[in-house]
Structure formats: C-alpha cells, structure tokens
Design a protein around this ligand. Structure first.
Ligand code: BMA
Length: 879
C-alpha cells in the first residue's frame, strides 16, 4: 500500500481529465461518540460540533458559556463512517486512490475493515492507494482521537525537554499542549477566541481512479528576467506515471490574450514525475502586471495547458496567470544604522497598509464564499492592500487566495506556528515538512502571496525568554528553533518556491536575525525587520509612545463588538460590563479594565442610570477609544515613511491587529463576527486613504504632513479650519498655496505654534476648539477630512448635546441618510442594528449642519426596516 502525502493543487481549475475519474465522498456521513451513546448524521466537509448543532443535539456552541458546557465534545473520540457504492467498473482502473484534502486531525482510517492509513496533521493532504481494498460496495470509517487527549499524550511521551507553554493562561479557558499537535493552534483557545478543538473531515474527500498516468498537481510562477526584460513563466506538473513503459506525447500551453501558444514534446518516465516547462514571453508582448489594490489593476490572463499523450490520453487544465514581481528590500539607509525593510512590487516601493487575518470561525465549514467575499471586500473598501494570514490559525481555503488575487490584497503568509516552542522529534519534523511542501505547492501560483514567514512571535518568545528557560538550556532550544524553521521549513519552502522572500519569524530582524544565527538578541529592534507593538498602559493619544520602526506588522487595542452582535449569544442578565458573561468572553487578562482605563484618559465614561443604556454606551466608548488609538498610531507610522529621526524611521508597513473576529467577543478586531464594521474599520477607510493629511503636535507646535500613495507627484492645497465646539460655523479657515507631495512620500506641509493658531482664531482655547483639515487636488480629488483635538474631550468646553436627525431615502440599491445636527458632534455613530451592510462613513466629527451618508446593504432591506433599527449616538449622548 502506498501513502503519498503531498499531492495535487486545487488551482487546477476546471480542466477535464480524461483517463481519470473522480468521485466525491462528501455529503452525509454517520458520526458516533466513543461509547456509541450518540449517533447522528453529519455533513462532510464539517465537524462533530456543527453536526451536533445541526441535528439539534446541542445549542449554538457560541451562545453564552457553551464553549465550557460543550468541552466534552472535544474530549471524546468520535468515529465517522459511511457506506458507499462505486459508480464505475473498478476492474477497468489500474490505480484507485482515496484522497483527503484535509482531516482534523488524528485518525485511523479503515476501508472495508482494513486499516489503510493514519492521519495526524490537519494541514496535510492525504492520499491512500486503495486499489486492492476497494470493492463495489464499501464501508469506510475514520476513528478519531480527541485532539486534546492526543496532544497531552504526545507531550508526556516527549521526555527530552519541556516544550513550553504547557497551557494557555487561565483567562483563556483553553486546553493544553496545542504545540504537540499539527492543528489550528488557536482552536485550543486564544486571547480573542474560544476553545473548540474540533474533530472531523474538514475538507473534501474523494476517490480518484486512473490508468497510465495522472496529473496530480500543476503550479506556475512568472519570473521576470530584468537583464533581458522578459517574463519567464515557470510551470511545474506533477505526474504519477503507472505505465511500466515511458509515456510520450505533447504539451500545448496557450495564453490566447497574449497570443502565446507553445508546443513541447514530452516523455514521462514511470514513477512519480515532475515535468518542468517554461514559457518565455517575448520582450514586446504587452503584459499587464498585477498590482496591489490602490496601485493599479489586477489583470490576469487565462491559460490552458493540454497534454496529448500516447493511447489518446488527454489531460487539460486551465488557470489564471498574473504577472508581478516582489522584492523584500533590506538595504543600508542614509543617516541610520541598520537596514530598510520594505516591499517593492513591480519595482515600485509600496507602503503596506492593512491588518492581520485570523480564522473567520471556529468551525470552518461555516465559512462560506459569501462570508469570505464580504470580509475581503471590506478589506479593500477600507483602502487596505495587505493581510497577514497569521500563524496561529489555518492556511486559508483556496477561495480566500483567489479573492485576494482578484481584489489586489497582498498576503503575508505565516506558517502555522504561534506563540510557543515546538518539539523536534523526527515524526513531528517529517509531518511539518510534508505540510509545508503541500501548502507551498497549493499556494505558490497566487500573486497575492508576497512573502512566506516561518512563525508568529517564536523568535521573540525564545529570545525575550517568555517561558523562563534557564540560560544554560537556551542553546539547545535555539538549536531546535533553527532545525524547525531554517533547516526544515525554510529549506522545504525554497525547494518548492524561489520566487518570493522568506523570513523565519514575525517579528524578526530580517537579514540581521539571519546574520546573528537566525535569532537576534532583540528581535524587535527599531532598526531592522518588522516589529509587533502593544502598550495598553500609556496614553495612546501621545504618538511618542509608538516605535518609529521600519515595519509594524502588529499593533492594536481592544474594543467590544456592537450590541446587535452580542445579543445573538446572550440574554438580558448578561448585559452589563461586569456580568459573568462579559468577563467570560474577555480572554485577555485585564482586557475589560484596560479598555475603560484608556477611554477614561480622554473621555467621560458612561453614567446613565439605566444599566442597559450604560452597557450600550460602554460598547460605544470602547469603539471610540479603539478607533482613535489605532488612528493615532497608524498615522504616526504613515507619516514616518520618508524621514529618519535619530536613525529611526523609513517606516513602510502598518498592519494593525486584527482584522476579523472568530466569535462574538471583545477583541482587537475592526470587523465583528459576521462582518459588521466597528468604528475602527470606518476610521481605517480614512486613515488608509491614498492621499491623507496627518496632524500632530510636537512641543506645542502643530504640524500637518501630507502622505501620498500615488505613483506620481501630487500638487495639493491644504485647507485648515478651526471650529469652536459650541458653533457650527468655523471660526477661521485658511487655504495654502499649491504644495508638492512626491510620489509615495510623506512630507511636512504645515507648521504653526498652537498658541498662534488659537490667537489667530480669536477667543479660542485648547478646550473650546478643534482643528479640521483636508487636502484637495486639481482634478477634484480630495483627501478625507482629518481633525486634531487640542485637548482631551472630557475637558472640552462648549460641547452641546446635539439633536441629530436623519431622513432616509432609497436610490436604487443604496440608501441615503440625510443627517442634520443642531450642534457640533464628535464621534457620530450611525447604527442599524443587525441589518447587514455598511455606511459610506461613520464615527465622524460633524462640524456642519448637514451631512449625507450612504448605506450599502449586503442583503435586501427597506427604508422602513432601516428606520425602525436606526439609532444615532454621539459623544455627549453618553454623558
Ligand atoms: C499578538 C498576536 C496574537 C495575539 C495578539 C494580541 O501577539 O500574534 O498572538 O492575539 O498579539 O495579544
């Protein structure tokens, strides 16, 4: 019996494969608990939890405290089984394989009572040769072991040394030893997520039958040869040739839009064969490159590849090819020690703006195409161009990357290792090697992926000694680290894909970490590589607390999701900030306290006598705080891109933690579970705009920088206005002469001592006034209007309680909210409860009497429905 671990690529597209048959085994399966007390039907792909829920045997696992109530599910050993009839004549096929795209996680697989294989890595693909076992009528069984019990057993059996952390912090209410199992690391709980260590067949399963030979995988990477200015499309095809004699024939590769048609003769020798093909695209061919969102189009070309082989065997595949180059630039910087750390796409330096992606659900079978599209569309709608697929989750499904290709979202792809040390025994290492080879082969044809990264924060964990390892033991742990991420993962990556950069960890010092033996004494150096930065204790309105680093791949603040999202998993008794429920959903130590502490630095905290009102107002103020904190921090990074101060700066990436949520709970996300935009996401849409004015103070001098992502120089005029909190008429307004912002730069456009500014605008004080400003360009392009607070809003003088009304009308698929306010209103928040959709802007500072905002529904709705759910809140409403 043969066992292949790393075959096939799902990008293959829609090609027909004569000479081979594929028969899906998804759909309905039987599931039973260890002692057979529970037997039910479940869907494949899926998990035991979803099956139990669908059959009405448990409640919504996300409701209330059900993560704890249902712990028994993951401690049991479940069995999946099915009877099936083969719908073709098995005697006509030389090889019949059983193919699992993904098994979660530890199982023994029996076909007709014969063990055909075992699985222990949910990120692997498993192919079992069942030619000698399969019959017309079959029974298949997958006997799962509890992932939690398996991990504990593995950890116990590993006697060479401790592999910390043993267990997550208690506040996470999670399971232990997740680093001993190749499974979604956050499924044992995280500081934003519940513990649901699932079991099941989580991806497609099918039977494949073939004669002569079979094309398992097909990958392609366009490489640009700068010297000759020619694109070279490198294609790899992976065959299983079962014919005892060589198979000859031709391969025809066609990209009609580029007028390419190339024919090669090939001979496939018996065995597992990789055929490498190369298509040289002539210098004068008008190839349009793929660009990140905001920098150009995402042009792709349809490609067909057709094998015409002996004995009339034809194999055809089609795919979309995108052309782009990526370079990670680590070079000396004038005026600084250290190295740069930034990306060039198609030769142009690109500031990476975006966020970090976590799994969109604990139960992956619930992550539909619609949900993925909605979340990823929200990424580009917020003017982001990058996501990091974070190493504590999963390698995402194919559709995720296809959408990123299509939308122009660059992907920083971690390998799935996070916040832990890992064992180094051979079995584990082999499993990882197979996993990495499979994932690289599956994903490498996507232009969206611009970098591979070995792990999340494990260099930092080791070198900053998170786990209290004795100094004498450090060398052996470093040796393990290098063995896993360098000798193993990095080597496997480069043997499969040399077209993009690899870093061992995020954060790391990049080339400097390499030079220091792959681990740096201080992995979050401001002078090298990327950094992660969190500080909940300092005042986030003070930009001086933030690192002027080369690249910031994680930073953030928590907030609570909206009431309409929480309402679906809680009841009235839960609706106050210190309820058992509110404490239970918070997985970050002191998180609920920290949010109020940070909010309290600049805002009055809610004080209504109605507890429900106070709860809703508290949710609101945490969102205001988060949005304002992340705005201040991001703007600092954005404006640091073109300058070096004391050797620091040249910042070229700002990716806040975290984009999305796995359930309904407080977290760092800007999108709630299900996709509703928090205030932060609306803010991101503004602060990531391609043209942005950034205001800040240094030693009582007020500055405005202009930040541009355009590829050409911009001539802009800057309008600066001072408003009194107590009046809807600006106190004064100035417009500058045209100023120049060079392509892709941040430059100081305006500078004035605060006292002068206030004096100029008569009777103004820091407490009574606020500054707003925007940039305008010749052909009507205008930046978002930004603002700068001159004092904490809890000290603001003259703020009135505004009366804000909205009249709603419908224009085709969109709804127009015509707003009118009686007074200046900060942080105006429009909410339509659980009606899916988003506004064109939200959480804004309203300084004019009238403002029009659009609502884009994600599902059909009506004016009346919107009217019924609509609520507007602004800052003083909570006082
Ligand atoms: C970083 C991430 C995650 C975590 C986040 C917030 O360390 O990599 O592990 O969820 O911070 O604490």
């Amino acid at each position: 019996m043969r066992l292949h671990l790393l075959l096939l690529l799902a990008l293959c597209g829609s090609g027909s494969t004569s000479g081979a048959l594929s028969y899906g085994l998804g759909g309905s399966w039987r599931i039973r608990s260890g002692n057979r007390s529970l037997e039910l039907l479940g869907t494949v792909p899926g998990s035991v939890h979803t099956a139990l829920f669908q059959q009405g045997l448990i409640q919504d696992p996300y409701y209330g405290f059900n993560d704890l109530n249902y712990r028994w599910i993951s401690l049991d050993n479940w069995t999946y089984s099915k009877e099936f009839k083969i719908p073709f004549d098995i005697s006509k096929w030389q090889v019949i394989n059983l193919v699992f795209e993904g098994v979660d996680t530890v199982s023994e697989i029996l076909l007709n009572n014969v063990t055909i294989g075992k699985t222990d890595n949910m990120f692997n693909k498993y192919i079992f040769d069942i030619t000698n076992v399969v019959r017309v009528m079959n029974s298949i069984e997958l006997r799962f072991q509890s992932a939690v019990l398996y991990a504990a057993k593995q950890s116990k059996a590993y006697t060479s040394r401790q592999v910390p952390p043993n267990c997550p912090p208690l506040v996470q209410k999670g399971e232990c030893h997740v680093n001993f199992i190749r499974k979604e690391q956050c499924s044992f709980s995280w500081d934003w997520g519940p513990s649901f260590p699932t079991q099941g067949i989580w991806k497609d399963v099918r039977i494949e039958a073939y004669n002569i030979c079979h094309l398992n995988d097909f990958t392609f990477v366009p490489m640009y040869v700068r010297r000759t200015q020619v694109w070279n499309l490198e294609i790899q095809t992976f065959f299983d040739v079962i014919s005892p004699i060589p198979v000859g024939g031709q391969v025809i590769i066609a990209i009609p839009e580029l007028k390419i048609q190339q024919t090669n003769n090939i001979t496939l020798q018996p065995g597992a064969r990789i055929v490498e093909l190369s298509v040289k695209i002539k210098k004068n061919t008008p190839v349009e490159t793929w660009w990140p969102h905001g920098h150009g189009n995402q042009t792709g070309y349809n490609m067909k590849i057709l094998f015409k082989l002996d004995k009339d065997l034809t194999i055809e595949r089609s795919a979309k090819v995108y052309f782009r180059t990526v370079e990670l630039m680590e070079e000396p910087i004038k005026g600084s020690h250290g190295l740069s750390f930034y990306f060039k796409i198609n030769g142009i330096p690109i500031f990476l703006k975006g966020s970090n992606w976590i799994p969109a659900d604990s139960f992956q079978d619930r992550v539909t195409s619609d949900l993925l599209r909605l979340l990823l569309q929200s990424v580009v709608d917020a003017n982001m161009n990058v996501l990091r697929v974070w190493g504590g989750g999963i390698y995402e499904q194919d559709e995720f990357y296809e959408l990123c290709d299509e939308l122009g979202i660059m992907v920083w792809q971690d390998f799935m290792f996070a916040c832990a040390l890992y064992p180094n025994e051979q079995g584990f290492m082999d499993s990882v090697a197979a996993e990495v080879a499979h994932q690289v082969r599956r994903l490498k044809s996507h232009p969206s992926i611009i970098i591979w990264s070995g792990n999340n924060e494990n260099e930092e964990a080791l070198m900053m000694n998170w786990y209290g390892i004795k100094l004498v033991d450090l060398p052996v742990y470093i040796k393990d680290y290098v063995a896993l991420y360098v000798s193993n993962i990095r080597a496997v990556v480069f043997s499969g894909d040399k077209s993009r950069p690899f870093v061992t960890s995020s954060p790391s010092n990049g080339a400097k970490s390499v030079a220091e033996g792959w681990v740096s004494q201080n992995p979050h150096s401001r002078f090298f590589g990327d950094v992660h930065f969190y500080d909940y204790g300092s005042d986030c309105w003070n930009w001086k607390i933030f690192p002027k680093a080369r690249f910031v791949s994680e930073y953030g603040y928590q907030s609570w999701p909206s009431f309409s999202t929480l309402e679906t998993v809680s009841s009235e008794k839960d609706w106050f900030y210190k309820s058992k429920f509110s404490i239970h959903r918070q997985h970050h130590e002191h998180g609920n306290y920290e949010m109020l502490y940070q909010a309290g630095l600049h805002f009055k905290l809610p004080q209504s006598s109605d507890p429900l009102r106070t709860f809703k107002d508290t949710i609101y103020i945490t969102q205001v705080m988060q949005a304002q904190c992340v705005k201040t921090e991001t703007e600092f990074y954005l404006r640091s891109r073109s300058e070096i101060v004391n050797g620091k700066g040249h910042t070229m990436g700002a990716m806040y933690w975290q984009l999305n949520d796995i359930w309904q709970a407080p977290s760092w996300s800007s999108l709630e579970f299900g996709g509703k935009w928090k205030m932060l996401h609306y803010f991101a849409r503004n602060f990531f705009a391609p043209l942005l004015p950034v205001g800040f103070e240094d030693q009582d001098i007020f500055y405005i920088y202009g930040v541009s992502d355009f590829h050409t120089e911009s001539k802009v005029k800057l309008t600066v206005r001072i408003h009194s909190w107590s009046s809807l008429k600006p106190l004064c307004s100035t417009v500058t002469n045209p100023l120049v912002i060079k392509a892709g730069e941040a430059v100081s456009l305006y500078k004035e001592p605060v006292y002068k500014l206030l004096k100029r605008c008569g009777n103004c004080t820091r407490q009574s006034c606020v500054v707003s400003f925007y940039l305008s360009m010749d052909r009507g392009h205008q930046s978002p209007t930004n603002y700068h607070f001159l004092s904490s809003l809890k000290d603001a003088v003259g703020l009135l309680k505004p009366h804000i009304t909205a009249s709603i009308s419908q224009q085709h698929g969109t709804f127009v909210f015509a707003l009118e306010t009686s007074a200046v209103a900060p942080f105006v928040w429009l909410d339509v409860g659980s009606i899916p959709g988003r506004f064109s802007d939200n959480g804004f500072l309203m300084t004019e009497k009238k403002q029009t905002v659009l609502f884009y529904p994600w599902k059909p709705t009506s004016k009346n429905e919107l009217k019924r759910s609509f609520r507007v809140t602004s800052l003083t409403d909570i006082y």
